[in-house]
Each structure stands twice: as structure tokens, then as C-alpha cells.
Design a protein around this ligand. Structure first.
Ligand code: CP
Ligand code: NVA
Length: 314
């Protein structure tokens, strides 16, 4: 298979900050090819005999199912491991878990609270580690999202994605990815809920190379001219105690028909990583509108992750 491989020095995916534009584009090419083959019912045995361990410290629908189905469709296997049921939940270290799992499986995907757990897993595992969401980033989501934009708009460079809401893990990955790909990224969020400064600084620096313009604003009017409006839940997993306060603070940032119209573009896409809290960050009329591509994004998790799995594990 003709695929640009990630360098052997870095065979894990912790964050899109570590991935080049060429690697992202190679993943898009491969994902689209595998998607076509999947739709045509062509068998894909690229990862025959390979197994992926999937550690989940948090809930998941899309990540769990798409990774498991991706491995099956590629001819391999996947193992769901709940953080609580592993000895990890009783104090075995991340490092020992990484070392031991590496003796059984060919790759580890993990959804964790602390991003440092992904970094530790990647440090001690001798097999590739893939971040399936941490408090810092959600790289597989952003790869699937930009693949979705590419399919709908036919290009990425020069487009503008406006992310409206909490400057969270998903916002971070969209910033890292957009900055590499030449997609202008505008983050619209209440004061105090901005993405981390180091992430914005890195995106600005990558944007100077790619031509992407990075803006952070607390004014919803900053969505003017956007080709894509993206939002995510106001309280992420682990922030449940802040939910009521966040609903009050984020209310002016709800993505509704009025905000979509503020783009000035009738064909602006609506995106959301899901799960959505309908009536909070997005209204039914927007998430169910013809401009909404949320189900394409969810489907593309499968195809994008197949490309990532093949490039890391084949
Ligand atoms: N978007 C996403 O990662 O969904 P899950 O939490 O269902 O995996
Ligand atoms: N920001 C959300 C994304 C869920 C896929 C969370 O971390 O809960």
C-alpha cells in the first residue's frame, strides 16, 4: 500500500501538534480510498492478525465503535478495556500497563482524563499509542472533521472554520490541524474559556507557514464569513459539576439559526463532534438542518481512523 508512513521515531499519535501537513494529507488520501473500498464491499486485510487494545477511562459511543469496527474491517481485532476493570483502577502504574499490553497487542488506543497519561503510555509502550481523547486534545476527531470538510467543500486551504463554545480538547485539535492545513480558525468563546495560550501560540506559528489566520474572540459576530461553524458541549466529561454555571455563561454562544445567519453564507456547514446537548450549545433546527454534516463527521471517524491505524500499525 502506497502510504506516507509516520517516521519510525514517532509512531504514536498523542496530539496533532506532532503531525505534519504531508502526513495529514496522506491520511485523507488513504481514508478516502479505504472509504470507497468499504462502500464497494472490498475486503481489507491490511491489519490481518493485528490487535488493538482500547483503554477507556470515560464513556464513548463513536470512538469505541469506530475503532472496533475499523480493526475488524481491516482484518484485525480490538479489545475493549474499561479503566475501572483493569488493574490500572487499583493502582497499577500507567508505565507497567503500557509495558505489559505491548507484549500482547500491536497498538493501544486510550481515552483518558489527564493528557499526561497518554504521554506516559506512549513513552513506555513499545507499540503505537493513539489518543482517543484526553483533557487536552482529540486528534482523531479533528482528522475526521477536516476530512469531512474536504469532502463537502472540495478543498481546505483558505477556508474559515469558526469554533463557537468552550476552548476545550476538541478546539485544541481543530486549531493544531487547521493551522497546519491552511484553514483559518476563529475561536469564539466567553472570556476565561479560551483555548490554552500555548496551543494558540503554536497554531499562530504553524499558521504563518501555511497561511492560516488564527483568531480568538469573545464576540459571536466574529463568525462573519465562516465556511464552517463548529461547536461542542459546554461542559466536557469530568466537568459535570460546572454544568449549571457553564450553561449560564455560554448562553450567548449558542449555535442557532441566528448565529448561522451571521456567517453571511447560506452554504456554511454546521459541525459537532457529538454527543450534542440539544437546546444548549446547539438548537435542533441547526443540528437537523441540511447544512449539518454531523453524521458524516461521525461516519468519517471510521474511515479516518482506519488510515491512522494502517499508517501506525501495518
Ligand atoms: N466524538 C466522540 O469522540 O464521541 P464519543 O464520546 O461517543 O466517542
Ligand atoms: N469535549 C468533549 C468531547 C466529547 C467527544 C468532552 O471531552 O467530553
Amino acid at each position: 500500500m502506497k502510504t506516507k508512513q509516520l517516521s519510525n521515531a514517532r509512531r504514536s499519535l498523542a496530539s496533532l501538534s506532532d503531525v505534519t501537513k504531508a502526513e495529514l494529507e496522506a491520511w485523507f488520501d488513504l481514508a478516502l480510498r479505504l472509504k470507497g473500498e468499504t462502500k464497494a464491499g472490498k475486503p481489507q486485510n491490511i491489519l490481518a492478525g493485528k490487535n488493538l487494545a482500547m483503554i477507556f477511562q470515560k464513556s464513548s459511543t463513536r470512538t469505541r465503535v469506530s475503532f472496533e469496527i475499523a480493526m475488524r474491517q481491516l482484518g484485525g481485532g480490538a479489545l475493549y478495556l474499561s479503566g475501572n476493570e483493569l488493574q490500572l483502577g487499583r493502582g497499577e502504574t500507567i508505565a507497567d500497563t503500557a509495558r505489559v499490553l505491548s507484549r500482547y497487542v500491536d497498538g493501544i488506543m486510550a481515552r483518558v482524563f489527564a493528557h499526561s497519561d497518554i504521554v506516559t503510555l506512549a513513552k513506555y509502550a513499545t507499540v503505537p499509542v493513539i489518543n482517543g481523547l484526553s483533557d487536552f486534545s482529540h486528534p482523531c476527531q479533528a482528522v475526521a472533521d477536516y476530512l469531512t470538510v474536504l469532502e463537502h467543500k472540495g478543498r481546505l486551504t483558505g477556508l474559515t472554520l469558526a469554533y463557537v463554545g468552550d476552548g476545550n480538547n476538541v478546539a485544541h485539535s481543530l486549531l493544531f490541524g487547521g493551522a497546519k492545513l491552511g484553514v483559518n480558525v476563529t475561536i469564539v468563546c466567553p472570556k476565561g474559556y479560551e483555548p490554552q495560550k500555548a496551543v494558540v501560540d503554536r497554531a499562530e506559528s504553524d499558521g504563518r507557514q501555511s497561511g492560516a489566520r488564527i483568531i480568538v474572540s469573545d464576540d459571536p459576530a466574529a463568525v462573519k464569513g465562516a465556511d464552517v461553524i463548529y461547536t461542542d458541549v459546554w461542559a466536557s466529561m469530568g466537568q459535570e459539576a460546572e454544568h449549571a454555571e457553564r450553561v449560564r455563561i455560554f448562553k450567548p454562544y449558542q449555535v442557532n439559526a441566528r448565529l448561522m445567519a451571521m456567517t453571511g453564507k447560506k452554504d456554511a456547514l454546521f459541525m459537532h463532534c457529538l454527543p450534542a446537548h440539544r437546546g444548549e450549545e446547539v438548537t435542533d433546527e441547526v443540528v437537523d438542518s441540511p447544512n449539518s454534516v454531523v453524521l458524516d463527521e461521525a461516519e468519517n471517524r471510521l474511515h479516518a481512523q482506519k488510515a491512522i491505524l494502517v499508517s501506525l500499525m501495518a
